[in-house]
Write a protein that binds this ligand. Structure first.
Ligand code: AP5
Length: 246
């Protein structure tokens, strides 16, 4: 199932074309884990099977990158250069973008926040926004995997520069080399997947993850999951953990 996500990706008054499916219950989840552990991949599977909409802050920055300079705000241009270096974008920029898109968290199909929050300040701001909206998180899924698995996944990752579909050179190559199966766009390596930038991203995660994980543990929302193995195996683990909380 593909989602339009215009409201999330473009912000402002943009409205999604595709209505969410009717689900038995809307799941409202946060996905945590190091860069390359598979959050985006698992979000796609969870969207397919649970109906919740994937909301990635990284996707907002990548969508903005493809706009001409004159259509980007100065804050967005600065955010993109942080991203290129593998550093975290400052909290105030990220929070302003998420606030503009807060209505996505009222999506009747539920949501999967991927890559947000990344700091305790972002997590506290998210809790305040959700309270204003009158919605609650169901759980925070924290995926973990050995560093060698993560580096292999980051190194082999390729994405469609047009629609953002995620591939891997060996685990999940596109049917025709360099061409997206979904939209026919060019399949490329992300700027921030170059080895030295990927290491900076891993370091940023290491620095911020422990207090963030502790924050959600104290709220009773944290579910730690082994993110290694095939996507079906990881989905099964996730589903079992979620069902045990219903
Ligand atoms: P973002 O886009 O959020 O990147 P990330 O967190 O670094 O996560 P990735 O997209 O790298 O990895 P992933 O876990 O989604 O892995 P994937 O599923 O693709 O952020 C990018 C940048 O934006 C940040 O560095 C920062 O600058 C900025 N930013 C964003 N949000 C921010 C925030 N809130 N605050 C501040 N700054 C922010 O999988 C990786 C590869 O592995 C793929 O090729 C996939 O096919 C393969 N794979 C995945 N799972 C499996 C599996 N189970 N088996 C086999 N292959 C697999």
């Amino acid at each position: 199932m593909t989602r339009d996500r215009a409201t999330w990706l473009k912000g402002g008054p943009a409205a999604c074309d595709v209505q969410p499916p009717k689900t038995q219950r809307p799941w409202r989840l946060v996905l945590l884990g190091p860069p390359g552990v598979g959050k985006g991949t698992h979000a796609a599977v969870l969207t397919e099977r649970l109906g919740a909409c994937p909301l990635s802050t990284g996707d907002i920055f990548r969508a903005a990158k493809s706009l001409p300079d004159c259509e980007r705000t100065p804050a967005m241009t600065a955010a993109i250069s942080y991203m290129r270096r593998g550093e975290l974008v400052p909290d105030e920029t990220v929070l302003a973008l998420v606030r503009e898109r807060a209505q996505c968290m009222r999506c009747p199909g539920g949501f999967l926040l991927d890559g947000f929050p990344r700091t305790v300040a972002q997590a506290e701001a998210l809790q305040a926004t959700l309270k204003e909206l009158g919605v609650k998180l169901d759980a925070v899924l924290c995926y973990e995997a050995p560093v060698e698995v993560i580096l292999r996944q980051v190194n082999g990752r390729r994405i469609c520069s047009k629609c953002g579909a995620v591939y891997h050179l060996t685990n999940r190559p596109p049917k025709a080399a360099g061409i997206c199966d979904v939209c026919g766009g060019p399949v490329i390596q992300r700027d921030d997947d170059r080895l030295e930038v990927a290491q900076t991203r891993l370091d940023a995660y290491e620095k911020n993850a422990a207090p963030l994980i502790e924050y959600y543990r104290k709220l009773g929302l944290l579910i730690s999951l082994d993110g290694s193995g095939g996507t079906d195996v990881v989905f099964k683990r996730t589903q079992t953990a979620l069902e045990s909380r219903v």
